[in-house]
Design a protein around this ligand. Structure first.
Ligand code: PLP
Length: 106
């Protein structure tokens, strides 16, 4: 199969057109603008981008991150990284049933 980055120009334009169409459809479905839709390659990349984008884009006084202790590593590691950049972080533990234990705060 031909790699997309080596495909002829016309094919690349056709693929880009399909991606733009998908972007418009997703935006329309969730009440966003196409410029607000970012396609990424994986769940980990999406978590990373969302957390960093939200926290580093927020006003300093509005920055606060609360995650559970059983998040995917792409969430927990990004959260810990953001904490080193000054974002207040709370990691909420879970009990034996996997339910958030809101009595304990770090
Ligand atoms: C909540 C959550 N975030 C991130 C991932 C990682 O996704 P990916 O393997 O696409 O990076 C997973 C995978 O199961 C997930 O469940």
């Amino acid at each position: 199969m031909e790699r997309a980055d080596r495909a002829p120009c016309a094919d690349r334009r056709a693929v880009a057109g399909e991606v733009d169409l998908a972007r418009e459809r997703v935006a329309d479905a969730i009440g966003a603008t196409p410029e607000e839709i970012v396609f990424v390659a994986s769940g980990s990349e999406a978590n990373n981008l969302a957390l960093k984008g939200l926290m580093l884009g927020a006003l300093p006084e509005r920055r606060r991150l609360i995650v559970s202790s059983v998040e995917h590593p792409s969430v927990l590691e990004t959260a810990r990284h953001l904490e080193t950049r000054g974002v207040p972080l709370t990691i909420v533990p879970v009990d034996a049933n996997g339910l958030l234990d809101l009595r304990v705060r770090r």
